[in-house]
Design a protein around this ligand. Sequence first.
Ligand SMILES: N[C@@H](CCC(=O)N[C@@H](CS)C(=O)NCC(=O)O)C(=O)O
Length: 210
Amino acid sequence: MPHYKLYYFDVRSRGEVIRLLFHLADEKFDDERFMMEEWGALKSQMPLGQCPVLEVDGVKISQTTAIARYLGHQFHRAGTNAIDCARLDMMAEVVQEFMSADGMGKFSRVLIGMLPDNKDQFFKEKVIPDIEKYAPLIEKFLLENGNNGLLLGDRETWVDVFAAETFSKVIDYGSPDALDAYPHILALINRVFNHPNIKKYVASRKQTPA
Ligand SMILES: N[C@@H](CCC(=O)N[C@@H](CS)C(=O)NCC(=O)O)C(=O)O
């Protein structure tokens, strides 16, 4: 296996899906976490001046979905043919759009105090409309795949982990009932976070503000 090093802030936000994929596969990686004050010195060393960044034997990869997809293939958590890979990519793009939408995209910054908004009001006025736009799409894909809590096939893929992590944040940081109208997304979250490797990691994971 290559030597892996993940660069990300000391929060879940966009970086956590990558940590979860390593834990799911039970593969070692350097989890390089830093504070905002330390980021200035690192920014110019990153391919796009943003993080998360995964360094693989010295080669740096940027963009959350590119990293998660790469790990999905490395760890046999991807589609097994071109059409399944394309369908998973389609679903991942929906999750990425949700994560970058107007409210959801700013929510982490509200949570860590970088934006002055009131957290509860912001969640209600800005994040819930994003949930209402994107959750039905993911709910539909889950329904089409049957009742096993997965987006495609019968084994957790990188996109299941990506979707579960992204949607679970609205429960963990927004409101416990935020996804009550989407039982299949709740089943996905339940399935991913009950995988023994992920469960073990999350049980010992430190609490972060976002
Ligand atoms: N499309 C990129 C967005 C990356 C992004 O916005 N990263 C933020 C942190 S979540 C960042 O690096 N902010 C610091 C900066 O831009 O200087 C991805 O999904 O990885």
